[in-house]
Design a protein around this ligand. Structure first.
Ligand code: ATP
Length: 370
């Protein structure tokens, strides 16, 4: 039987009358990096705090390395933790800060020196050992906090939004560093963030949470390309949503008509819907192709033009590696992303264009009241 590094079985937690974590089930394998991702207040930190031992679950089973953690205090769980705010001791040097956990474990002075030096080299900051935290930049402080969490060689690393206080450039640098470290050391890691790009970059698997409930657990590609619910589709990446009614359904292919009269063909999840059902249909901006409204497009064998609509370009934005257009289709703003932003005649603001997309790129979910 596989022994998981972390296992949550039906874990739940209430604050007052509200279920903040509801029937949480998860198994984390050795060396995996798993991210809890979701909007503010969805229960990410509460779950992490229960794994850390700062909070007791109201029920369910929580195991680390196969051992039940019921009643086991945080300092007996063999964890390294890094928080959003720099939690270094201001009156201690970097070396003393990093050595702190080893000192508590009564490690010999010589061993301590060797391990501190090694971990400072790992985070590429051996030259700041004698400095105080206030003499470090924000990025350096978080690197030291990571070094301090790793120095005891914990069996589990817990990171609670450790990059949130850093500027965009530094965030990118440090997430790269974190990924390298995590893979090099192979430490089992649970990472909390509300930043989907960070989650996709770092994780082997992502747990998407909403209102204390697990919406989906999967590899970043699965979460992005096969979202399990309307919430996941809307939360991860950008989506165009159409409210529609199913007009026909056979062999997994469905025809829909949107509230503003557009006819759509859809393939994903269609088998679970009946004719007449109200649904939300989603299409990602990068799955929409553009053509001039007057252009006759060659229908490529096998691809077909399942969905063709006409609209008026309202807004064009250049975002570096891609361009984004907002196109008004019968009163619905549709976002289109393209790597070749075409500013030539026929695609400018105010002009009519043709949008085309495939039925298998359309995901359909039950219609939900906002
Ligand atoms: P954020 O991204 O904003 O940190 P989160 O997903 O980590 O959010 P939690 O901090 O786990 O969310 O909080 C989940 C919910 O539980 C929130 O509605 C929060 O207000 C509530 N909550 C958290 N801690 C307590 C507490 N000690 N007492 C009462 N309610 C709490």
């Amino acid at each position: 039987m596989t022994q998981y590094d972390v296992e949550l079985q039906g874990v739940h937690k209430r604050f007052g009358g509200t279920a903040v974590v509801d029937n949480f089930n998860l198994q984390v394998e050795r060396g995996e990096c798993v991210t809890f991702l979701g909007p503010s207040g969805c229960g990410k930190t509460t779950t992490l705090n229960m794994i850390a031992g700062f909070l007791e679950p109201d029920g369910g089973e929580l195991r680390i390395k196969g051992k039940s953690m019921n009643g086991v205090p945080a300092n007996k769980r063999d964890l390294g933790m890094v928080f959003q705010t720099y939690s270094l001791f201001p009156h201690m040097t970097v070396e003393e800060n990093v050595a702190y956990g080893l000192k508590l474990r009564k490690t010999s002075k010589r061993d301590m020196q060797v391990r501190v030096r090694k971990v400072l080299e790992l985070v590429k900051l051996p030259h700041v050992a004698d400095r105080y935290p206030k003499q470090l930049s924000g990025g350096q402080r978080q690197r030291i906090a990571i070094a301090r969490a790793l120095v005891t060689e914990p069996s589990l690393l817990l990171l609670d939004e450790p990059l949130s206080n850093l500027d965009a450039k530094l965030r990118e640098e440090l997430r790269e560093e974190l990924k390298r470290l995590q893979q090099e050391i192979g430490v089992t890691t649970i990472f909390v963030t509300h930043d989907q790009e960070e989650a996709m970059y770092l994780s082997d698997r992502i747990v998407v949470l909403d209102h204390g409930k697990v919406e989906q657990i999967g590899a970043p590609e699965d979460i992005y390309h096969s979202p399990a619910s309307a919430f996941v589709h809307e939360f991860i990446g950008k989506s165009n949503r159409f409210e529609a009614v199913v007009t026909s359904q056979s062999n997994g292919m469905g025809a829909l008509v949107t509230t503003n009269g557009i006819t759509l063909k859809a393939e994903q999840h269609m088998y679970s819907f009946q004719e007449g059902e109200r649904v939300s249909a989603y299409i990602r901006p990068e799955h929409i192709r553009m053509a001039a409204a007057h252009e006759e497009r060659d229908a490529k064998a096998g691809l077909g033009e399942d969905n063709t609509v006409f609209g008026t370009v309202r807004l064009i934005s250049f975002l570096g590696s891609y361009g984004e257009l907002i196109v008004d289709v019968e009163g619905t703003p549709v976002t289109v992303r393209t790597h070749t932003l075409r500013r030539q005649a026929g695609f400018g603001e105010g002009e009519r264009i043709k949008l085309i997309w495939d039925a298998h790129d359309v995901s359909v979910f039950s219609w939900k009241e906002e």
